[in-house]
Write a protein that binds this ligand. Structure first.
Ligand SMILES: [Zn+2]
Length: 229
């Protein structure tokens, strides 16, 4: 591709995830065909995002404030913490509107291939939050990829000393699936059917909604509720 302002813009836009060269061309033509107001608006928005938005010092969400609106929302359950890989995953859960706890954004997952170790993840603020003692349950909401699952086991070990309930997303997340591509129904099913990992509940029938009954519990009735749903 030759240089020049049009091709430079196409090249820049095509670097955005999900935007290939053809879509970048369409976006460039749209901006050229529309009056200059659209371009000035876009330039202003980009500058505002760059200058005013940063990561929440508590959870890692993007915000214009020192601490984001979710962390400061007194109406949300501070005893419940959901750990996600990216802000995009946090937005996906917020769109589904069923979760009312707090979040923690890891900013990635462990990956030997991409040289991502624990030092590259947003773990220090997570440990500070755990030490504060308010959190009673941690829901690990990572993608069902190899890296996501190895990060899950790393987090279980890391959080074990805090003696909190630890659960992870269950049904609904396909193998190899990424959280931010799931529809709301699949996401909410996975969330509500999360399973506890921090304690062995083999002999205990737990009637709490969203908690699995042990497979060894032969006294339980068939799960007709799910079948008829
Ligand atoms: Zn926050």
């Amino acid at each position: 591709m030759s240089s020049g302002p049009i091709n430079d813009l196409i090249r820049s836009l095509s670097k955005i995830p999900g935007v290939g060269p053809r879509l970048a061309q369409r976006m460039t033509l749209f901006l050229l065909k529309n009056d200059k107001v659209a371009i000035h608006q876009l330039i202003g928005d980009l500058q505002n995002v760059r200058q005013r938005v940063h990561k929440c010092s508590t959870c890692g969400n993007f915000t214009e404030l020192p601490v984001c609106h979710i962390c400061t929302d007194a109406g949300r359950d501070s005893s419940l913490l959901c750990i996600v890989e990216t802000v995009s995953d946090l937005w996906a859960l917020e769109r589904a509107r069923f979760y009312q706890g707090k979040y923690h954004v890891l900013d990635g997952v462990l990956s030997a291939m991409e040289n991502v170790g624990p030092d590259k993840l947003n773990l220090a603020p997570l440990l500070r939050r755990m030490h504060a003692g308010t959190i009673k349950e941690v829901i690990i909401g990572l993608s069902a990829t190899l890296e996501g699952q190895s990060t899950l086991f790393y987090l279980i070990d890391l959080l074990k000393p805090f003696h909190v309930k630890i659960s992870s997303l269950a049904q609904g997340v396909p193998i190899g699936g990424e959280l931010n591509y799931l529809d709301n129904a699949t996401l909410s099913t996975a969330f509500l059917d999360r399973r506890e990992l921090s304690s062995v509940a083999a002999e205990t029938k737990i009637s709490e909604p969203g908690t699995r009954v042990s497979a060894q519990d032969t006294s339980s009735e068939p799960d007709t509720k799910k079948l008829s749903a």
